[in-house]
Design a protein around this ligand. Structure first.
Ligand SMILES: [Zn+2]
Length: 323
């Protein structure tokens, strides 16, 4: 065969391969992080029942962490622990299990329900009297005393290597962020979308998970970075919209999705992983922890207005959508 013919054949083969590969390149997934929200007990639940509930939650979490692809850490989880679960782990000497998950590449973060949440976790820097005023205003019938302040909350994580990220429900009032820690948080209340960055958005909207950038600002003399995530527990009916939203993102952006530690939450997580596999999106290198995802994004400073307290008619009784 003449060299010119060989050259033409090689060029044709390369072009053919490029045509085959290019659709998958165009469909490359954005980076994504998966947060697991572990909930505190409702404030009125007796402590013995709360202990039982947290014990079950820990077992379910262990079951998840021991399942592929999480066992090897090839898909990373950002596991957010409530004060109640953090205390259960300390009381039952399970810190090594947590350290093992970290070793495998997962992130351990904190999940705080502030006094503005309809299921407050009983930690606050506000004094009991101020807490009572705010909770009664929200419509609570009874207001229990706090079990500790935010330093006590953060101290629960000391034996687990400390904590510097989480979901802090600070969308109403930035004073619910603890001093000195929590650099990466999801509670700003505004999406990281250029077109809508000053429009409040709740976590049950699919677009809330799109991070085109991150927002940052200083609260209590500590720099905070805010990422957005979508609460995916109930996306089953909205799978097409989730899929479309992720398809429309560019590969250097970050999608954040959160699931609760519950049967519904973990079934939804399973469907999410299957959807990512079906779309050939599950490029393992794109799975990151929440804190690590910051390095792929640029930062935009939050305006002072967005850091001011915001009055929210939250109500007191747990409403499943906002748990
Ligand atoms: Zn929660």
């Amino acid at each position: 065969m003449k060299p010119i013919i060989i050259l033409k054949t090689v060029i044709m083969a390369v072009l053919f391969c490029f045509i085959l590969i290019s659709p998958s390149l165009a469909e490359e997934s954005p980076y994504f992080f998966i947060a697991i929200h572990n909930e505190s007990c409702p404030p009125e639940l007796p402590s013995e029942l709360c202990t039982i509930r947290q014990s079950k939650a820990f077992d379910r979490l262990k079951g998840l962490a021991n399942q592929p692809p999480f066992r090897e850490g090839s898909i990373k989880l950002t596991i957010m622990l409530s004060g109640d679960l953090g205390k259960w782990i300390v009381d039952h000497g399970q810190e090594n299990t947590i350290l093992d998950w970290k070793e495998r590449g997962h992130e351990i973060a904190a999940h705080h329900h502030s006094i503005y949440h309809n299921s407050w976790d009983k930690y606050s820097d506000y004094e009991n009297e101020q807490i009572g005023t705010i909770r009664y205003r929200l419509g609570c019938d009874e207001v229990p005393e706090r079990v500790g302040n935010l330093n006590d909350f953060v101290a629960l994580f000391e034996g687990m290597g400390g904590v510097d990220s989480g979901a802090f429900n600070d969308d109403v009032d930035k004073k619910v962020l603890p001093s000195g820690v929590i650099s990466v948080d999801t509670g700003l209340g505004y999406p990281n979308l250029y077109e809508q960055r000053e429009t409040r958005m709740r976590d049950n909207q699919v677009e809330k998970g799109v991070n085109q950038f991150y927002q940052y600002g200083v609260v209590k003399d500590h720099k905070r970075i805010w990422l957005g995530h979508y609460l995916g527990d109930k996306f089953l009916g909205d799978l097409m919209s989730l899929q479309q939203t992720i398809s429309d993102m560019s590969p250097e952006q970050v999608y954040g999705i959160a699931f609760h530690n519950s049967k519904l939450g973990f079934d939804s997580l399973d469907s999410f992983i299957k959807m990512m596999i079906n779309k050939d999106y599950l490029l393992k290198s794109k799975s990151v922890t929440m804190s690590d995802s910051v390095e792929f994004l640029t930062g935009e400073k939050v305006t002072g207005e967005m850091l001011r307290p915001y009055t929210l008619d939250a109500g007191c009784r747990p409403d499943v959508d906002s748990l």
